[in-house]
Design a protein around this ligand. Structure first.
Ligand SMILES: [Cu+2]
Length: 400
């Protein structure tokens, strides 16, 4: 017992001594640091006040003289509205109100008269090398009936052209920048050093790089110039199909690229630009298949009963996923995530296609009718991500 007690008392005494020393040291430390901390606090308060004043002044300047502000920001929007939005965001102001569903009185006539983005998968070039020419442009595009947007594009449309190659082909990309600011292209199908291949191309310049399309599936390509978020939101994306060997045949193959649009105005009278705050909050005005709300309602995709229809789906985002679903059937084959190395899954009701990802889906419909294809995340349908597959060339339409 004694052999146990004595060491314990020694330990207690040692602790008391340590406590006394600690209290002295703490008093000394506090005496030095508390006034210092108070001083830092006061300095931070003054700095925050100054920063707020600076941000407000910057926002006012951006709104007053948008073109100059945009030009002074490398990699940022050249449009005044986007620059103003960036300035406003710095000041902590809010996004513009929603313009979802805004439509002129003649919206149906405009939708019918407009030629739809071609969803049919184009043929893959023959030979070992597929040459892909992409020209980058800044141009106004139409994203819904009567709604215009100042887009940045690959080619004349957003999305850019559908690229179709075969597994194992070498893809030679020739990228020409006809826009007034740096841009680039990032191919998700490539396995390549991105700092070299995907680097910026200056206005008026061309760059060439090649990669071997060794991974089959359907992939996104997009501008990767910083901030890539803004470049994608402005329309710089498209789909590349890398067709695997020994794929079961399909009578119709359609490519669908989903994306969201975030507008700083309705886009009815003049073209809208990006509302960056709205994009950051992921509250789009429009969500589209192939860049135009509801275009395959006015111009349905066609098939005959009993035919296999293959959908090659990419979700370009920039931020929302697509939950692919065809009303009135199931996805008989579903290559989820665009994985075409492994066998597909079967009889799926809804398949998620993530932002920046793809999926390949076969349906075979025996009964004539009109079958909507949607994102079953239904807010996106409300904002335009809906089209129709007309099986058997039947009359009529269907809303969803
Ligand atoms: Cu770009």
């Amino acid at each position: 017992m004694s052999t146990y007690t004595a060491p314990r008392r020694q330990w207690e005494r040692a602790e008391e001594r340590d406590s006394a020393v600690f209290l002295k040291l703490f008093s000394l430390f506090a005496g030095i640091t508390i006034p210092f901390v108070i001083g830092i606090g006061a300095w931070l308060a003054i700095s925050a006040h100054d920063a707020k004043k600076d941000a407000q002044a910057a926002a006012t300047r951006a709104a007053a003289s948008p073109a100059t502000s945009a030009a002074s920001m490398p990699g940022m929007a050249t449009s005044g509205a986007a620059a103003a939005a960036a300035g406003a965001a710095a000041a902590g102001t809010r996004a513009t109100p929603s313009f979802a569903g805004v439509a002129p009185a003649n919206a149906d006539a405009l939708a019918a008269a407009r030629k739809a983005y071609p969803a049919e998968l184009p043929a893959a070039p023959a030979g070992p090398v597929a040459v892909v020419n992409l020209s980058i442009q800044h141009r106004a595009v139409s994203i819904a009936p009567g709604i215009h947007y100042d887009a940045w594009t690959f080619g004349p449309t957003a999305p850019g052209p559908v690229i179709h190659v075969r597994e194992g082909q070498t893809v030679k990309v020739v990228l020409r920048n006809d826009a007034p600011m740096p841009h680039s292209v990032d191919f998700h199908a490539a396995q390549i050093a991105p700092n070299v291949a995907f680097s910026d191309v200056m206005p008026g310049k061309t760059k060439t790089f090649s990669f071997v399309a060794s991974a089959p599936g359907v992939f996104m390509y997009h501008c990767g110039t910083a901030p890539a978020f803004m470049h994608i939101a402005n329309g710089m994306y498209g789909a590349i199909v890398v067709e695997p060997k020994n794929l079961p045949p399909a009578q119709h193959e359609y490519v669908l690229v989903a994306s969201e649009w975030y507008l700083n105005s309705a886009g009815l009278d003049g073209a809208a630009s990006l509302d960056l705050t709205k994009a950051e909050q992921m509250t789009p005005d429009w969500v589209t298949w192939n860049g135009f709300a509801g275009q395959y309602k006015a111009h349905p995709l066609m098939a005959d009963p009993g035919q296999t229809v293959r959908f090659w789906v990419v979700d370009a985002g920039p931020s929302l996923n697509t939950d692919f679903h065809v009303v009135g059937t199931v996805l008989q084959r579903a290559w989820l995530n665009g994985d075409m190395v492994d066998a597909p899954q079967h009889e799926i009701q809804t398949a998620m296609v993530p932002a920046g990802g793809g999926g390949v889906f076969d349906v075979r419909i025996d009964k004539p009718g009109i079958y909507p294809f949607v994102s079953h995340s239904f807010a996106s349908v409300q904002m335009g991500e809906v089209g129709l597959l007309n099986v058997g060339h039947v009359a009529g339409t269907m809303s969803h």
